[in-house]
Write a protein that binds this ligand. Structure first.
Ligand code: ADP
Ligand code: MG
Length: 474
């Protein structure tokens, strides 16, 4: 058994009106090659200008990841030639990135873990290439889009931890509204480094890098495949070659692309056309204030302050809008566990079914609390309450109105329920016989009959106990 060591380099496109160093729009969903400025094409004599919004968003992410922030940002040139990079160099950050030495908390199988962040740096995306048989097409719309690269230390030890980190990182982007982080649209892509080492070895093993994997599931598959491949080589006494491999989604395995290029091959030097960007503490304070409470913190709070299970807390914070809805409902006086239950069991089902967001639903937190109150007060049964909520969501009608208009009420009176139970038992003599013979689950059927008679208005718990007592008395 070898110890698995994984380090990730995650690229994420930032949201902004314009590109990182030019005024062209940052919108690559439009027709190809419609948002391209001279800077993006690297035409001679054209100077780049840094996008303040992209810097602000990068700083926000760096702060959210608990990074150290330098007092000046400096940009560097990374030289290499490729058709997707017409300038012949990428503007990136080598020595003074937006953030260093940070960490992101994850939880895997109930255990907390600090994922160490080596650095996060602002750079520009390349153009996108589409390959067809013997020719390729290129779209420069993506060329120059602000790209934030986050590099972890080699501190992850399983595919599960890697995925948990990627999910945590994506949620930071979504909560801070700095990127849509959609991996299906290539907005979030990951280079995965994997190595193996003897359990008590002092040095890390030789790593293999897999570039540009764009779905979390493929990250998982690529890691699992690499662990298997490297284990086999080591077990046969072989050596791992330091190289870049490509994960092939059709064959589900990795192929060698090239032996690793060292940093020195890129001939980095300070980008002379972009002056250092001063980061004042005032600006940082302002950005800090704009960072909302993040997923991890909210999960802790929901568990310790509201007594929710980790499972429910995790569901509620998955989308920021759901967490905000939940918290607003609590401000309206809702009981945390009840509110959590109504949201996870009904409202989330509704928004998933119709592929809408929490912000689009008609039922406000206040309406939900009023409905829960009607159930707690015994005005309507919880079964009725659920139906009212479904109807309110579907028909966009206030729960209180639905209850009023339908004349819904709950029959909770013991004598009335007793009368109903006896009525049903008289109608179903054979059910009593069967019950006596041991088919006790026929009780469900009998309770159902009372519900039918009362159109669901009978209090189910009272009906059940009364019905049981009545049968057994006979
Ligand atoms: P390079 O100089 O080859 O780019 P870096 O030290 O900059 O390597 O690390 C790049 C990425 O590879 C980081 O995410 C880091 O955590 C990861 N990494 C470094 N060494 C290893 C290793 N032995 N096993 C797994 N991942 C590693
Ligand atoms: Mg590196």
């Amino acid at each position: 058994m070898y110890k698995v060591v994984i380090g990730l380099e995650v690229h994420c496109e930032l949201k902004s009106n314009s590109k990182n160093f030019s005024g062209a729009a940052n919108q690559y969903s439009s027709d190809p090659n419609t948002h391209v400025a001279t800077v993006d094409l690297g035409l001679p004599g054209i100077l780049p200008v840094i996008n303040e919004e992209a810097v602000r968003k990068s700083l926000m992410i760096a702060l959210a990841m608990n990074c150290e922030i330098p007092s000046y940002l400096i940009f560097d040139r990374k030289n290499y030639f490729y058709p997707d990079l017409p300038k012949g160099y990428q503007i990136t950050q080598m020595h003074h990135p937006v953030g260093t030495n940070g960490y992101v908390m994850i939880n895997v199988d109930g255990e907390d873990k600090k994922v160490l962040i080596h650095d996060t740096h602002l750079e520009e995306d390349t153009a996108s290439l589409d390959h067809f048989g013997n020719f390729s097409l290129i779209d420069y719309n993506r060329c120059g889009v602000p790209l934030l690269e986050t590099v972890t230390e080699p501190c992850l030890h399983s595919a599960k931890e890697a995925i948990a980190f990627l999910e945590a990182l994506r949620s930071i982007f979504l909560y801070t509204d700095t990127s849509d982080a959609r991996s299906d649209m290539g907005q979030m892509r990951c280079d995965v480094n994997v190595s193996l080492m003897e359990e008590n070895a002092k040095e890390l093993g030789t790593k293999v890098e897999m570039k540009n994997i764009n779905s979390f599931n493929n990250v998982k598959l690529a890691i699992e495949y690499e662990i298997k491949r490297q284990t086999e080589i080591l077990e046969q006494g072989g050596k791992i070659l330091q190289e870049t491999r490509r994960f092939d989604t059709e064959d589900m395995c990795t192929y060698s692309m090239r032996s690793k290029v060292d940093a020195i091959d890129y001939k980095y030097f300070i980008e002379p056309n972009i002056p250092p960007v001063k980061i004042t503490s005032k600006w940082l304070e302002q950005i800090k204030k704009e960072i909302p409470k993040l997923q991890y913190e909210r999960i802790q709070e929901y568990m310790t302050e509201y007594g929710l299970s980790r499972y429910d807390a995790t569901i509620l914070v998955k989308e920021k809008s759901t967490a905000e809805y939940f918290e607003k409902a609590l401000q309206e006086g809702g009981d945390p566990k009840l509110v959590a239950n109504w949201i996870t069991s009904i409202i989330l089902g509704h928004i998933n079914k119709y592929e809408i967001s929490m912000e689009e639903i008609f039922v406000t937190p206040k309406m939900l609390i009023d409905l829960i109150q009607m159930v707690s007060d015994g005005k309507i049964s919880s079964k009725q309450g659920k139906e009212v909520l479904y109807q309110a969501l579907q028909e966009e009608k206030e729960p209180i109105k639905i209850v009023e208009e339908s004349g819904m009420k709950q029959i909770g009176d013991d004598n009335e329920i007793l009368k109903l139970c006896n009525e049903v038992l008289e109608e179903q003599p054979q059910a009593i016989e069967q019950y006596k013979k041991g088919r006790t689950n026929i009780l469900d059927f009998l309770v159902g009959q009372v519900m039918k008679k009362t159109k669901g208005q009978a209090n189910p718990a009272t009906t059940r106990t009364t019905m049981k007592e009545e049968i057994e008395r006979r």
